[in-house]
Design a protein around this ligand. Structure first.
Ligand SMILES: C[S@@+](CC[C@H](N)C(=O)[O-])C[C@H]1O[C@@H](n2cnc3c(N)ncnc32)[C@H](O)[C@@H]1O
Length: 264
């Protein structure tokens, strides 16, 4: 990021290392903190993201907390508040929900089934393409009418209609794991990918064709691959060379749409 000029990126979508949840090929990128959680150069990354993001640009930060000795670390919230200190708006706190699958957790809490998707914006987002795939109970045409006011005058009213589908809620659910997150077997050589559809839906919502999308911790290249499918330009950084090779292989596939199984 240090090589980028100011106001360079339209949209960032990324997921940082979560506390101590994964070791990423045993490379040590983390330092223990007084919060019993773990950190990486988070502050520097957040500050740089503010510098390189265009006015109206968006950063989607996908993150969860680990639970250590009976207490969640709360680092996700600390990070969200730090992004605000850097100058970003916290435009929306969205949820990435995952249906229960396999046996995980300590059986002492309710099933941990979500992560946060913090949506930060530099000023007001310049692009908002809301996905409208939530089926309404019914569709209704707009109509007009009148209402008698206290002073006897008639107020003309216009009631907007709505179609068969409305905008989604800010809780997005994705099935995860093999055959769900991606059809690329090689992607699972990375321990913590997020679903292609999650990247796809954020790219659609916060960017336009031709925009530049960045993932500063690109892992197996999910964001880059979905940008290639959706005609966005992309940039990624990844500290681990093995993961860069996975990303390169995923992006080089000739039939990306087929590999992802996603229809727009
Ligand atoms: C949660 S994973 C991202 C996975 C990615 N979203 C995907 O779908 O494949 C976090 C990644 O951040 C990388 N990472 C950690 N510290 C980094 C740093 N300082 N710079 C770049 N990448 C880093 C790790 O190697 C890991 O691949």
């Amino acid at each position: 990021m240090a090589k980028m000029s100011d106001s360079y990126i339209d949209l960032t979508i990324t997921s940082p290392p979560y506390d101590s949840l994964r070791s990423y090929n045993n490379q040590i990128h983390v330092v223990k903190t007084e919060f019993n959680g773990y950190t990486f150069p988070f502050e520097k990354i957040a500050q740089e993201l503010f510098r390189v993001t265009k006015e109206g640009g968006v950063v989607v930060w996908v993150v969860g907390d680990s639970c250590i000795e009976g207490s969640e670390t709360g680092n996700s919230f600390r990070q969200a508040l730090f992004f605000r200190e850097c100058g970003f708006n916290l435009f929306d706190t969205m949820i990435y929900s995952k249906p229960p699958r396999g046996a995980v957790g300590n059986n002492q809490t309710y099933w941990q089934a979500f992560e946060y998707m913090f949506v930060f914006s530099k000023g007001y987002p310049k692009t908002i393409n809301l996905i409208k795939d939530r089926k309404n109970k019914e569709s209704r045409k707009g109509d007009s009418g009148t209402k008698r006011l206290q002073n006897g005058d008639l107020l003309q009213l216009k009631r907007g209609g709505y179609g068969e589908f409305g905008r989604r809620t800010n809780i997005w659910e994705y099935n995860i794991g093999k055959g769900h997150s991606t059809g690329d077997a090689i992607a699972f050589e990375h321990p913590a990918i997020f679903p292609e559809k999650l990247a796809h839906d954020h790219i659609y919502t916060w960017s336009n064709i031709g925009d530049l999308v960045y993932d500063p911790m690109m892992g197996s290249g999910t964001v880059a691959k979905m940008c290639a499918i959706q005609d966005r330009n992309y940039l990624g950084s990844e500290i681990n060379k093995d993961y860069c090779k996975i990303a390169e292989k995923r992006i080089a596939q000739k039939t990306l749409e087929y590999a992802s199984g996603i229809t727009i």
